[in-house]
Design a protein around this ligand. Structure first.
Ligand SMILES: Nc1ncnc2c1ncn2[C@@H]1O[C@H](COP(=O)(O)OP(=O)(O)OP(=O)(O)O)[C@@H](O)[C@H]1O
Length: 300
């Protein structure tokens, strides 16, 4: 559905996105994670057709996105800094969306009043930050996009509203096969939402995987191994991080679980646990593997 091939973008001769390729399947919820300044927003703006790539291609359903008006009517980008017309009420803004997005669904707009429950005659700039975000989602969901690109979308929303919006997103994906690309630093929030993740660092995609596959590939293992034997023990494993707590060695390793387990068992450790990682832990250790310092992070 979304295919990015060898895309680069520079600002003032500095490469912000560098020869990046990615693939987002139709109907998936793709979490775009990454360090600050990694280039996520820049990439999203290219996907939404707002920036022209310096080189490479951004294609949706086999068509280039940039300056493709019919395609852009099906793709909505919700930026981290919201933009509404000066002094506009919710209703006036809805009128703009009605004209801009031919697939606007009036029934849905009216139905969503029950979820968002804000008087549509109110001026948006006088609403709270979280309420403005609710309005943005209200308008976006009523516009029935095929592809929704969300940059830090849940900032400022209360927990109940976050839950409601996540439910609508999941429903839209299940019922209409909408595709969602979501960038967030709140990994706990996106963990239960995404089925695919891409991790970006310094303009490149470090990994792009099915989240379940990724989780089954990285583990936290705890074993009782002496300091003298530690090097030998770890030498056969792909280690992303290690920490010692007295006689217990805690390490984050990559690999097929059955193979890791079989290998660790050959060391006859009296203590042996193999545990899955959270998305937050996977992110931190993958980044560490690519030189993003994690020395001071304690494993829970
Ligand atoms: N319009 C612009 N002009 C010049 N430099 C820019 C512009 N937009 C982004 N950059 C630079 O590109 C780099 C990547 O920015 P971008 O906003 O894409 O990162 P990000 O991954 O979204 O970061 P964060 O997670 O901190 O929001 C930064 O160094 C930023 O200063």
């Amino acid at each position: 559905m979304i295919k990015v091939t060898n895309v680069s973008k520079s600002f003032e001769k500095e490469a912000v996105v560098n020869q990046l390729s990615m693939h987002v399947k139709k109907g998936s919820i793709y979490g775009l994670l990454g360090s600050n300044g990694a280039g996520k927003t820049t990439l999203m703006k290219m996907l939404a057709g707002l920036y022209k790539p310096d080189s490479g291609s951004v294609v949706i359903d086999s068509q280039e996105v940039f300056e493709n008006v019919p395609l852009k009517e099906r793709v909505i980008f919700l930026p981290d800094t919201l933009y509404f017309f000066h002094q506009a009420t919710i209703e006036q803004m809805a009128t703009f969306y009605r004209r801009t997005y031919p697939r606007w669904n009036e029934k849905r707009y009216q139905q969503l009043k029950q979820v968002f429950d804000i008087d549509t005659s109110r001026k948006i700039h006088r609403l709270s930050k979280g309420m403005q975000r609710q309005v943005a989602f209200w308008l976006v969901f009523s516009s029935m996009p095929d592809i929704l690109i969300l940059d830090e979308p849940i900032d400022g929303l209360d927990a109940v509203m976050r839950g409601k919006i996540k439910n609508i997103l999941v429903q839209e994906v299940a019922e209409r096969n909408m595709t969602v690309l979501i960038s967030s630093h709140n990994l706990r929030e996106v963990e239960d939402l995404c089925d695919h993740v891409g991790i970006m660092h310094r303009g490149q995609l470090l990994i792009e995987r099915d989240l379940d596959d990724l989780k089954s590939d990285v583990h936290k293992i705890q074993v009782a191994i002496s300091e003298e034997k530690e090097e030998g023990f770890l030498s056969e494993l792909t280690v992303l991080h290690k920490e010692r707590r007295g006689s217990i060695l805690i390490s984050i390793v990559k690999g097929e679980p059955s193979k890791v387990e079989k290998y660790v068992k050959t060391w006859n450790s009296p203590v042996f646990d193999i545990l899955p990682l959270t998305l937050e832990e996977i992110f931190v250790y993958e980044m560490g593997d690519h030189g993003y310092a994690i020395e001071n992070i304690l494993i829970q």
